[in-house]
Design a protein around this ligand. Structure first.
Ligand code: DX5
Ligand code: ZN
Length: 225
């Protein structure tokens, strides 16, 4: 989980051409596809369910990729098994949505998936202090979840930096929200290695080129340039 990976969010893709959109970015070198699941309760929007994960699983897995499922839902424990069965590889839940976070993370792993925990911009890092040994990655939101295309909240960056020092080295660190050409360098400066981008990839006229440009910035960082 500690290699640099761009995770384009299909929330910004055209759902009438979803397979083509995914194929386009995977042909450009993307290996992580981010799926934003919203329930209209935890966040003020409704999006994708397990049926969509199931419909793209063969395409993504066949190209050597993984499905990174971001559950922005209340009571995520009710849906983890369905998302795992549908073909999810990584599943992350919001700490704010879990009364029994330790149990939910164990449920994700028991379902055969990598487990992640996510924090909203205003949630203190200490919220995940006691579960750092129970996760494969942590996600720090740099927007308030609910919609793509929002402005990057730069005041979250010091928390992301502190997260890197809190987390064991093998645990991945992901940033989600408002990541694009103007913010990727600041996001990379934190030590994060997984970057979600929705509108900055699928909202661009040439998503393959947009993905390649963001991956080039990550590659340069990996080489220490
Ligand atoms: C926000 C979602 C994000 C979002 C990213 O609620 O979790 O993954 O789709 O979109 P951009 O990159 O446009 O902020
Ligand atoms: Zn997301």
């Amino acid at each position: 989980m500690t290699s640099y990976q761009l995770a384009p969010s299909i929330l910004s893709a055209s759902f009438s051409h979803l397979a083509d959109e995914i194929k386009t970015v995977m042909d450009a070198g993307v290996r992580v596809i981010h799926v934003d699941v919203m329930d209209g309760h935890f966040v003020p929007n409704i999006t994708i369910g397990p049926v969509v994960v199931r419909s793209v699983r063969d395409l993504v897995h066949g190209a050597g990729g993984v499905l990174d499922v971001h559950l922005m839902i209340e009571n995520p424990e009710r849906f983890i098994d369905a998302f795992a069965a549908a073909g999810s590889d990584w599943i992350n839940v919001h700490a704010e949505a879990c009364t029994h976070l330790n149990a939910v993370l164990a449920q994700i792993r028991a379902a055969g998936c990598k487990a992640g925990v996510t924090l909203n911009p205003a949630t203190p890092l200490a919220t995940i202090q006691e579960v750092t040994g129970d996760i494969d990655y942590a996600l720090m939101m740099t927007v308030n979840p609910g919609f793509s295309g929002q402005e990057f909240i730069a005041s979250v960056l010091p928390k992301v930096r502190r997260a890197r020092t809190l987390l064991p080295p093998q645990v991945g660190l992901q940033v989600d929200g408002g990541v694009g050409p103007d913010t990727i360098e600041a996001a990379l400066d934190t030590g994060a290695n997984l970057f979600v981008a929705g509108s900055a990839v699928f909202g661009e006229p040439d998503p393959a080129q947009a993905a390649r440009a963001l991956m080039a910035a990550m590659e340069a960082r990996q080489k220490g340039e």
